[in-house]
Design a protein around this ligand. Sequence first.
Ligand SMILES: Cc1ncc(C[n+]2csc(CCOP(=O)(O)OP(=O)(O)O)c2C)c(N)n1
Ligand SMILES: [Mg+2]
Length: 415
Amino acid sequence: MAAKKKKQVTLHVPSAPFRPGDKASFAPFENEPGDLSRPDPANCTASETTDHAYGLVRVLDFEGNASGPWNPDLTPDELREGLEHMVRMRIFDDRMMKMQRTGKLSFYMRSYGEEAVAIAQTMALETQDWIFPTYRQPGAQFVRGRDMVSMINHCIGNEEDNVKGRQMPVHYTYREGRFISVSSPVGTQFSQAVGVAMASQYKALDECCITWIGDGSSAEGDYHYALNFASVFKPPVILNIVNNQWAISTHANLASGNPTFAARGLAYNVPSMRVDGNDFLALYAVTKWARERAAAGEGATHIEVLTYRAGAHSSSDDPSRYRPGDEHEAWPGGDPVDRLVQHLVTIGEWSEEQQKELEERVDGEVMAAYKEAVTYGDLANGPYPSADTIFTEVYDEVPWHLQEQWDEMKKWSVD
Ligand SMILES: Cc1ncc(C[n+]2csc(CCOP(=O)(O)OP(=O)(O)O)c2C)c(N)n1
Ligand SMILES: [Mg+2]
């Protein structure tokens, strides 16, 4: 029998809080530094993190003071090191965007507003730990010591590109730094990180994996498969959702019906934290806590990193089409670089002049790296990696069907 028609209902389709033309105004953060406890990492159940998953772990206030049980007590040198990496990331990004706009790069993606995420979190790890990033965490490579010339060679796709033009720009790979290739289909890294962490545990190695996924990508199955395996097998893995409010033009509201992304981890029985992603100190502290849990054999930690994508999604995107132009200024989390500078100045370990000198020095380094990189080939003129590289370095012995295609290509002398 056909179902009776019920009263007309409409599907709930969440909308973005603000669209172009609206005046953006966000509520200030509810939690102050010190509001949330720091549970014992070696003995913490998921339910003990309920307040942390629905609240927000913070260390820095907006006057530049650090306080509370999550204060990682970093030395001034460590803080300055973190600041320098963040400044390098921002200046590097700006230079690469200029190169893209002048036709020197085909495509680019900045980390603007999110620089603290990869940098603080990677600094909190051990050097043997594996990094499974998205395109929004290139800063981890600075922490792991990658040379900027090599990064620019990759973005150009010139002859010295370590992936020989096979990847999109910003989809780095850096074997020496245990930085796994960024994959273009978003989300795949989440379950890969869990798998590698399971292998580390099985081999009793003192290492852990860290991975990140965007708010939008966390609506995909990959996120849930990863959480389920992490919940069951308890491997040493740190699973971060970077909630930067947007997935290109789709607002984060459309990716989860839960009031916080962090709280989803509780249902998987994985201790879960929500952290102020523009607070370098809080990010460092929460990641260190998760690393301690991994080392103690306590398994996975799930972290929502609350931040805001201050720039366009990529060089192909125009955010003024879908959000107010000044939405970033209204974001209550401020800017991660400014907040760390303010903290260093407040504790008497930095000054505006030193900041200016740092920016000038780093700008010079980025320019020099760029000038060197283009000597190995630029986008307009090459030299590029040989077309043969389409067929090399995947199989030890090239399978017949690829060999046929390769032979065909040679007839057309593509090079
Ligand atoms: C499987 C898959 N679907 C769609 C895309 C196209 N795409 C690239 S990035 C992106 C948005 C991702 O947003 P989010 O996960 O929030 O990460 P963010 O860019 O904000 O860091 C989309 C839809 C893709 N690369 N892969
Ligand atoms: Mg996003």
